[in-house]
Write a protein that binds this ligand. Sequence first.
Ligand code: ADP
Ligand code: GN1
Ligand code: MG
Length: 367
Amino acid sequence: MMQHDIKSIARLFDMRADFVHAHPYGSGHINDTYCAWYDASGQRIRYIHQRINHNVFKNPVQLMENVDRVTRHSLQLLLHQDHPEAHRRTLTCVPAIDGKPYAIDTAGNVWRTYPFIERARGYDTLETTEQAYQAARAFGEFQKLAAGLPGERLHETIPHFHHTRKRFEAFLIALENDSQQRAGEVQAEVDFVRAREADCSKIVDLIASGEIPERVTHNDTKLNNVLLDDVTAEGVCVIDLDTTMPGSALYDFGDMVRTAVPKLAEDATDLSLMDLKMDMFEALLKGYTGTATFLNAAEKQHLAYAGKLLTLECGIRFLTDYLQGDVYFKIKRPSQNIDRCRNQFAFVQAIERRMSELEDKVLAVTA
Ligand code: ADP
Ligand code: GN1
Ligand code: MG
Protein backbone atom coordinates (compact mmCIF):
# COMPACT_ATOMS: atom_id res chain seq x y z
CA MET A 1 0.00 0.00 0.00
CA MET A 2 1.28 3.49 -0.89
CA GLN A 3 1.49 5.27 2.44
CA HIS A 4 3.44 8.29 1.27
CA ASP A 5 3.28 10.86 -1.50
CA ILE A 6 6.53 9.94 -3.22
CA LYS A 7 6.21 12.65 -5.87
CA SER A 8 6.55 15.30 -3.17
CA ILE A 9 9.40 13.36 -1.49
CA ALA A 10 11.17 13.29 -4.87
CA ARG A 11 11.18 17.12 -4.91
CA LEU A 12 13.33 17.14 -1.77
CA PHE A 13 16.20 15.49 -3.69
CA ASP A 14 18.47 16.72 -6.47
CA MET A 15 17.14 14.14 -8.96
CA ARG A 16 17.99 15.92 -12.26
CA ALA A 17 15.19 13.89 -13.85
CA ASP A 18 11.38 14.02 -13.96
CA PHE A 19 9.28 11.88 -11.63
CA VAL A 20 6.98 9.42 -13.44
CA HIS A 21 5.54 7.05 -10.82
CA ALA A 22 6.44 5.03 -7.73
CA HIS A 23 5.37 1.87 -5.94
CA PRO A 24 6.23 0.12 -2.64
CA TYR A 25 9.15 -2.24 -3.09
CA GLY A 26 10.95 -5.21 -1.47
CA SER A 27 10.29 -7.44 1.53
CA GLY A 28 12.32 -5.70 4.26
CA HIS A 29 10.83 -5.77 7.77
CA ILE A 30 11.89 -2.27 8.85
CA ASN A 31 11.95 0.70 6.46
CA ASP A 32 9.36 1.99 3.97
CA THR A 33 10.95 1.36 0.60
CA TYR A 34 9.70 2.68 -2.76
CA CYS A 35 10.92 2.16 -6.28
CA ALA A 36 10.42 5.34 -8.34
CA TRP A 37 10.68 5.72 -12.12
CA TYR A 38 12.06 8.93 -13.62
CA ASP A 39 12.44 10.33 -17.08
CA ALA A 40 16.05 11.45 -17.59
CA SER A 41 16.22 13.23 -20.94
CA GLY A 42 13.95 10.63 -22.52
CA GLN A 43 15.51 7.65 -20.77
CA ARG A 44 13.54 5.76 -18.08
CA ILE A 45 15.65 5.16 -14.97
CA ARG A 46 14.69 4.24 -11.44
CA TYR A 47 15.70 5.10 -7.90
CA ILE A 48 14.99 3.81 -4.43
CA HIS A 49 13.41 6.28 -1.98
CA GLN A 50 13.37 5.06 1.61
CA ARG A 51 11.79 6.39 4.77
CA ILE A 52 13.99 5.46 7.71
CA ASN A 53 11.95 3.80 10.45
CA HIS A 54 12.55 6.20 13.35
CA ASN A 55 10.73 3.94 15.80
CA VAL A 56 13.59 1.46 15.25
CA PHE A 57 16.42 3.93 14.57
CA LYS A 58 16.17 6.66 17.18
CA ASN A 59 18.74 8.92 15.53
CA PRO A 60 18.30 8.75 11.73
CA VAL A 61 20.65 11.71 11.13
CA GLN A 62 23.55 9.93 12.86
CA LEU A 63 22.58 6.79 10.96
CA MET A 64 22.89 8.69 7.67
CA GLU A 65 26.28 10.03 8.74
CA ASN A 66 27.42 6.38 9.02
CA VAL A 67 25.87 5.39 5.69
CA ASP A 68 27.36 8.41 3.92
CA ARG A 69 30.85 7.69 5.30
CA VAL A 70 30.76 3.99 4.47
CA THR A 71 29.37 4.45 0.96
CA ARG A 72 31.81 7.28 0.10
CA HIS A 73 34.72 5.16 1.31
CA SER A 74 33.51 2.25 -0.74
CA LEU A 75 33.05 4.36 -3.89
CA GLN A 76 36.50 5.91 -3.48
CA LEU A 77 38.13 2.47 -3.37
CA LEU A 78 36.23 1.29 -6.43
CA LEU A 79 37.15 4.43 -8.38
CA HIS A 80 40.76 4.04 -7.29
CA GLN A 81 40.70 0.51 -8.75
CA ASP A 82 39.20 2.04 -11.92
CA HIS A 83 36.28 -0.38 -11.54
CA PRO A 84 34.06 -0.15 -14.64
CA GLU A 85 30.88 -0.58 -12.55
CA ALA A 86 31.84 1.45 -9.47
CA HIS A 87 28.34 2.93 -9.05
CA ARG A 88 26.69 -0.51 -9.27
CA ARG A 89 29.00 -2.08 -6.69
CA THR A 90 28.12 0.20 -3.81
CA LEU A 91 25.12 2.16 -2.65
CA THR A 92 25.60 5.92 -3.12
CA CYS A 93 23.43 8.61 -1.56
CA VAL A 94 21.70 10.96 -3.99
CA PRO A 95 22.03 14.38 -2.30
CA ALA A 96 19.03 16.31 -1.11
CA ILE A 97 18.44 19.83 -2.48
CA ASP A 98 20.49 21.24 0.42
CA GLY A 99 23.39 18.85 -0.31
CA LYS A 100 22.79 16.57 2.68
CA PRO A 101 22.61 12.77 2.16
CA TYR A 102 19.03 12.77 3.51
CA ALA A 103 15.94 14.97 3.51
CA ILE A 104 13.27 15.59 6.15
CA ASP A 105 9.62 15.85 5.06
CA THR A 106 6.93 18.06 6.60
CA ALA A 107 5.88 15.25 8.97
CA GLY A 108 9.45 14.94 10.30
CA ASN A 109 10.27 11.67 8.48
CA VAL A 110 13.86 11.22 7.33
CA TRP A 111 14.24 10.04 3.72
CA ARG A 112 17.17 8.94 1.58
CA THR A 113 17.54 8.13 -2.10
CA TYR A 114 19.77 5.56 -3.76
CA PRO A 115 20.26 4.81 -7.46
CA PHE A 116 18.48 1.52 -8.22
CA ILE A 117 21.01 -1.29 -8.65
CA GLU A 118 19.90 -2.85 -11.95
CA ARG A 119 20.26 -6.42 -13.27
CA ALA A 120 20.66 -7.83 -9.78
CA ARG A 121 18.36 -8.88 -6.97
CA GLY A 122 18.16 -10.00 -3.37
CA TYR A 123 16.74 -13.45 -2.57
CA ASP A 124 14.48 -14.38 0.34
CA THR A 125 15.20 -18.01 -0.56
CA LEU A 126 18.31 -19.04 -2.44
CA GLU A 127 18.13 -21.35 -5.42
CA THR A 128 21.73 -22.54 -5.78
CA THR A 129 24.85 -23.06 -3.67
CA GLU A 130 26.68 -20.72 -6.04
CA GLN A 131 24.37 -17.93 -4.83
CA ALA A 132 25.21 -18.75 -1.19
CA TYR A 133 28.92 -18.77 -1.99
CA GLN A 134 28.74 -15.43 -3.80
CA ALA A 135 26.58 -13.77 -1.14
CA ALA A 136 28.99 -14.84 1.61
CA ARG A 137 31.97 -13.60 -0.40
CA ALA A 138 30.30 -10.21 -0.80
CA PHE A 139 29.64 -9.88 2.95
CA GLY A 140 33.26 -10.94 3.68
CA GLU A 141 34.54 -8.30 1.24
CA PHE A 142 32.26 -5.75 2.85
CA GLN A 143 33.81 -6.43 6.27
CA LYS A 144 37.28 -5.99 4.80
CA LEU A 145 36.26 -2.70 3.30
CA ALA A 146 34.67 -1.53 6.56
CA ALA A 147 37.83 -2.46 8.48
CA GLY A 148 39.73 0.12 6.42
CA LEU A 149 37.26 2.95 7.08
CA PRO A 150 39.25 5.98 8.26
CA GLY A 151 38.11 8.29 11.05
CA GLU A 152 36.10 7.94 14.22
CA ARG A 153 34.23 4.88 15.46
CA LEU A 154 30.84 4.64 13.70
CA HIS A 155 27.71 5.60 15.65
CA GLU A 156 25.86 2.71 17.27
CA THR A 157 22.57 3.12 15.44
CA ILE A 158 20.87 0.58 17.71
CA PRO A 159 22.84 0.20 20.95
CA HIS A 160 23.49 -3.42 22.00
CA PHE A 161 21.88 -4.66 18.77
CA HIS A 162 23.31 -8.19 19.02
CA HIS A 163 23.84 -8.28 22.78
CA THR A 164 21.93 -11.54 23.12
CA ARG A 165 21.92 -11.39 26.93
CA LYS A 166 20.19 -7.99 26.81
CA ARG A 167 17.74 -9.37 24.22
CA PHE A 168 16.95 -12.17 26.72
CA GLU A 169 16.39 -9.62 29.49
CA ALA A 170 14.12 -7.50 27.26
CA PHE A 171 12.12 -10.65 26.53
CA LEU A 172 11.71 -11.34 30.29
CA ILE A 173 10.38 -7.81 30.80
CA ALA A 174 7.91 -8.15 27.90
CA LEU A 175 6.77 -11.48 29.37
CA GLU A 176 6.33 -9.98 32.81
CA ASN A 177 4.34 -7.01 31.42
CA ASP A 178 2.30 -9.19 29.06
CA SER A 179 0.63 -6.06 27.71
CA GLN A 180 -1.39 -7.97 25.08
CA GLN A 181 -2.32 -10.96 27.30
CA ARG A 182 -0.51 -13.28 24.92
CA ALA A 183 1.84 -15.01 27.40
CA GLY A 184 -0.60 -17.89 27.91
CA GLU A 185 -0.39 -18.84 24.20
CA VAL A 186 3.38 -19.02 24.10
CA GLN A 187 4.35 -21.17 27.10
CA ALA A 188 6.26 -23.68 24.96
CA GLU A 189 8.32 -20.87 23.40
CA VAL A 190 8.97 -19.28 26.79
CA ASP A 191 10.27 -22.62 28.09
CA PHE A 192 12.40 -23.00 24.96
CA VAL A 193 14.12 -19.67 25.60
CA ARG A 194 14.60 -20.25 29.34
CA ALA A 195 16.27 -23.61 28.62
CA ARG A 196 18.83 -21.75 26.49
CA GLU A 197 19.56 -18.84 28.81
CA ALA A 198 23.26 -19.78 29.04
CA ASP A 199 23.64 -19.48 25.25
CA CYS A 200 22.66 -15.81 25.46
CA SER A 201 25.86 -14.84 27.31
CA LYS A 202 28.38 -16.95 25.46
CA ILE A 203 29.55 -14.68 22.62
CA VAL A 204 29.12 -11.42 24.55
CA ASP A 205 31.36 -12.86 27.28
CA LEU A 206 34.03 -13.83 24.71
CA ILE A 207 33.89 -10.29 23.32
CA ALA A 208 34.16 -8.80 26.82
CA SER A 209 37.22 -10.98 27.58
CA GLY A 210 38.88 -9.88 24.33
CA GLU A 211 39.04 -13.39 22.85
CA ILE A 212 36.70 -12.29 20.08
CA PRO A 213 37.62 -8.87 18.66
CA GLU A 214 35.28 -5.98 17.95
CA ARG A 215 35.14 -5.29 14.20
CA VAL A 216 33.07 -3.03 11.99
CA THR A 217 30.38 -5.36 10.74
CA HIS A 218 27.15 -5.16 8.77
CA ASN A 219 25.01 -6.79 11.47
CA ASP A 220 22.02 -7.53 9.21
CA THR A 221 23.41 -9.99 6.68
CA LYS A 222 20.14 -11.68 5.78
CA LEU A 223 20.33 -12.94 2.25
CA ASN A 224 18.06 -10.32 0.74
CA ASN A 225 20.50 -7.63 1.91
CA VAL A 226 22.99 -8.49 -0.82
CA LEU A 227 22.07 -8.09 -4.48
CA LEU A 228 23.32 -10.88 -6.76
CA ASP A 229 23.91 -10.38 -10.46
CA ASP A 230 21.02 -11.77 -12.56
CA VAL A 231 23.40 -13.50 -14.95
CA THR A 232 26.58 -14.44 -13.06
CA ALA A 233 25.16 -14.62 -9.47
CA GLU A 234 28.13 -12.52 -8.35
CA GLY A 235 27.42 -10.49 -5.20
CA VAL A 236 27.35 -7.05 -6.77
CA CYS A 237 26.16 -4.82 -3.95
CA VAL A 238 25.69 -5.11 -0.20
CA ILE A 239 22.67 -3.03 0.85
CA ASP A 240 20.73 -2.15 4.03
CA LEU A 241 23.68 -0.47 5.76
CA ASP A 242 21.63 0.91 8.68
CA THR A 243 23.30 -1.33 11.26
CA THR A 244 26.86 -1.14 9.92
CA MET A 245 28.70 -0.39 13.16
CA PRO A 246 31.02 -2.05 15.69
CA GLY A 247 30.07 -5.71 16.14
CA SER A 248 31.45 -9.19 15.68
CA ALA A 249 32.25 -11.14 12.51
CA LEU A 250 30.24 -13.96 14.09
CA TYR A 251 27.06 -11.87 13.96
CA ASP A 252 27.43 -11.52 10.21
CA PHE A 253 28.24 -15.16 9.55
CA GLY A 254 25.53 -16.31 11.98
CA ASP A 255 22.82 -14.31 10.24
CA MET A 256 23.88 -15.68 6.85
CA VAL A 257 23.42 -19.18 8.27
CA ARG A 258 20.03 -18.20 9.74
CA THR A 259 18.74 -17.10 6.35
CA ALA A 260 20.54 -19.32 3.79
CA VAL A 261 20.63 -22.72 5.48
CA PRO A 262 17.05 -23.50 6.67
CA LYS A 263 14.88 -25.65 4.42
CA LEU A 264 11.92 -23.34 5.09
CA ALA A 265 11.30 -19.60 4.67
CA GLU A 266 11.42 -17.44 7.81
CA ASP A 267 7.67 -17.48 8.49
CA ALA A 268 6.74 -20.91 7.09
CA THR A 269 4.55 -22.93 9.47
CA ASP A 270 4.92 -26.56 8.30
CA LEU A 271 7.70 -27.01 10.84
CA SER A 272 7.89 -30.80 10.71
CA LEU A 273 9.79 -30.20 7.44
CA MET A 274 12.44 -27.98 9.07
CA ASP A 275 16.00 -29.12 8.44
CA LEU A 276 19.37 -27.79 7.32
CA LYS A 277 20.65 -27.49 3.79
CA MET A 278 24.17 -28.71 4.51
CA ASP A 279 25.41 -27.84 1.03
CA MET A 280 24.36 -24.21 1.56
CA PHE A 281 26.26 -24.12 4.86
CA GLU A 282 29.39 -25.40 3.15
CA ALA A 283 29.04 -22.84 0.35
CA LEU A 284 28.64 -20.00 2.88
CA LEU A 285 31.71 -21.18 4.78
CA LYS A 286 33.84 -21.32 1.65
CA GLY A 287 32.66 -17.94 0.39
CA TYR A 288 32.99 -16.18 3.72
CA THR A 289 36.32 -17.59 4.92
CA GLY A 290 37.72 -17.10 1.39
CA THR A 291 37.32 -13.33 1.74
CA ALA A 292 37.23 -12.81 5.55
CA THR A 293 40.82 -13.99 5.85
CA PHE A 294 41.35 -11.99 9.08
CA LEU A 295 39.38 -14.33 11.41
CA ASN A 296 41.21 -15.46 14.55
CA ALA A 297 41.07 -18.97 16.04
CA ALA A 298 38.25 -18.18 18.49
CA GLU A 299 36.14 -16.72 15.70
CA LYS A 300 36.68 -19.75 13.46
CA GLN A 301 35.87 -22.06 16.34
CA HIS A 302 32.45 -20.43 16.83
CA LEU A 303 31.29 -20.14 13.21
CA ALA A 304 28.80 -23.01 13.46
CA TYR A 305 27.66 -21.92 16.90
CA ALA A 306 27.05 -18.38 15.56
CA GLY A 307 24.35 -19.81 13.26
CA LYS A 308 22.53 -21.24 16.25
CA LEU A 309 22.96 -18.12 18.38
CA LEU A 310 21.80 -15.60 15.78
CA THR A 311 18.75 -17.74 15.04
CA LEU A 312 17.94 -18.06 18.73
CA GLU A 313 18.39 -14.30 19.17
CA CYS A 314 16.14 -13.51 16.21
CA GLY A 315 13.49 -15.93 17.52
CA ILE A 316 13.64 -14.21 20.93
CA ARG A 317 13.20 -10.84 19.21
CA PHE A 318 10.13 -12.07 17.24
CA LEU A 319 8.68 -13.50 20.47
CA THR A 320 9.32 -10.26 22.36
CA ASP A 321 7.64 -8.28 19.58
CA TYR A 322 4.64 -10.63 19.63
CA LEU A 323 4.32 -10.17 23.41
CA GLN A 324 4.57 -6.38 22.98
CA GLY A 325 1.87 -6.25 20.28
CA ASP A 326 3.89 -6.27 17.02
CA VAL A 327 5.43 -2.84 17.41
CA TYR A 328 8.85 -3.49 15.77
CA PHE A 329 8.80 -5.87 12.80
CA LYS A 330 6.37 -5.26 9.94
CA ILE A 331 3.65 -7.92 9.76
CA LYS A 332 1.14 -8.84 7.06
CA ARG A 333 -1.01 -11.11 9.26
CA PRO A 334 -1.71 -11.08 13.02
CA SER A 335 0.19 -14.27 13.91
CA GLN A 336 3.22 -13.58 11.72
CA ASN A 337 5.66 -12.75 14.52
CA ILE A 338 4.81 -15.85 16.54
CA ASP A 339 4.99 -17.94 13.35
CA ARG A 340 8.44 -16.45 12.68
CA CYS A 341 9.48 -17.19 16.28
CA ARG A 342 8.35 -20.84 16.12
CA ASN A 343 10.10 -21.22 12.80
CA GLN A 344 13.37 -19.83 14.16
CA PHE A 345 13.20 -22.10 17.19
CA ALA A 346 12.59 -25.12 14.94
CA PHE A 347 15.74 -24.16 13.05
CA VAL A 348 17.68 -23.82 16.33
CA GLN A 349 16.60 -27.38 17.20
CA ALA A 350 17.64 -28.64 13.77
CA ILE A 351 21.07 -27.04 14.25
CA GLU A 352 21.38 -28.58 17.72
CA ARG A 353 20.63 -32.01 16.22
CA ARG A 354 23.27 -31.62 13.53
CA MET A 355 25.86 -29.48 15.32
CA SER A 356 28.66 -32.07 15.05
CA GLU A 357 28.21 -32.24 11.25
CA LEU A 358 28.41 -28.44 11.07
CA GLU A 359 31.54 -28.41 13.24
CA ASP A 360 33.15 -31.03 10.96
CA LYS A 361 32.47 -28.87 7.91
CA VAL A 362 34.02 -25.84 9.65
CA LEU A 363 37.14 -27.84 10.50
CA ALA A 364 37.40 -29.17 6.94
CA VAL A 365 37.12 -25.71 5.39
CA THR A 366 39.20 -23.68 7.87
CA ALA A 367 41.98 -26.22 8.60
P1 ADP B 1 14.77 -2.92 5.19
O1 ADP B 1 15.67 -2.34 6.26
O2 ADP B 1 13.36 -2.60 5.39
O3 ADP B 1 15.07 -4.39 5.01
P2 ADP B 1 16.33 -2.49 2.74
O4 ADP B 1 17.31 -1.37 2.71
O5 ADP B 1 16.87 -3.85 2.88
O6 ADP B 1 15.21 -2.17 3.84
O7 ADP B 1 15.48 -2.41 1.39
C1 ADP B 1 14.35 -3.24 1.16
C2 ADP B 1 14.48 -3.93 -0.18
O8 ADP B 1 14.56 -2.95 -1.23
C3 ADP B 1 15.75 -4.75 -0.33
O9 ADP B 1 15.59 -6.05 0.18
C4 ADP B 1 15.96 -4.74 -1.85
O10 ADP B 1 15.14 -5.71 -2.48
C5 ADP B 1 15.42 -3.36 -2.26
N1 ADP B 1 16.50 -2.35 -2.42
C6 ADP B 1 16.99 -1.51 -1.47
N2 ADP B 1 17.93 -0.68 -1.98
C7 ADP B 1 18.04 -1.00 -3.30
C8 ADP B 1 18.82 -0.48 -4.40
N3 ADP B 1 19.66 0.55 -4.25
N4 ADP B 1 18.66 -1.06 -5.62
C9 ADP B 1 17.79 -2.08 -5.81
N5 ADP B 1 17.01 -2.60 -4.82
C10 ADP B 1 17.14 -2.07 -3.58
C1 GN1 C 1 15.20 -7.04 10.06
O1 GN1 C 1 15.63 -4.86 7.84
P1 GN1 C 1 15.64 -6.32 7.52
O2 GN1 C 1 14.33 -6.86 7.09
O3 GN1 C 1 16.77 -6.58 6.55
C2 GN1 C 1 16.04 -6.72 11.30
C3 GN1 C 1 17.08 -7.80 11.48
C4 GN1 C 1 16.40 -9.16 11.64
C5 GN1 C 1 15.53 -9.41 10.41
C6 GN1 C 1 14.72 -10.67 10.57
C7 GN1 C 1 17.30 -3.24 11.94
O4 GN1 C 1 16.04 -7.03 8.92
O5 GN1 C 1 17.86 -7.54 12.65
O6 GN1 C 1 17.36 -10.18 11.76
O7 GN1 C 1 14.60 -8.32 10.20
N1 GN1 C 1 16.67 -5.41 11.16
C8 GN1 C 1 16.65 -4.54 12.19
O8 GN1 C 1 14.25 -11.07 9.33
O9 GN1 C 1 16.16 -4.80 13.28
MG1 MG D 1 16.76 -5.36 4.37
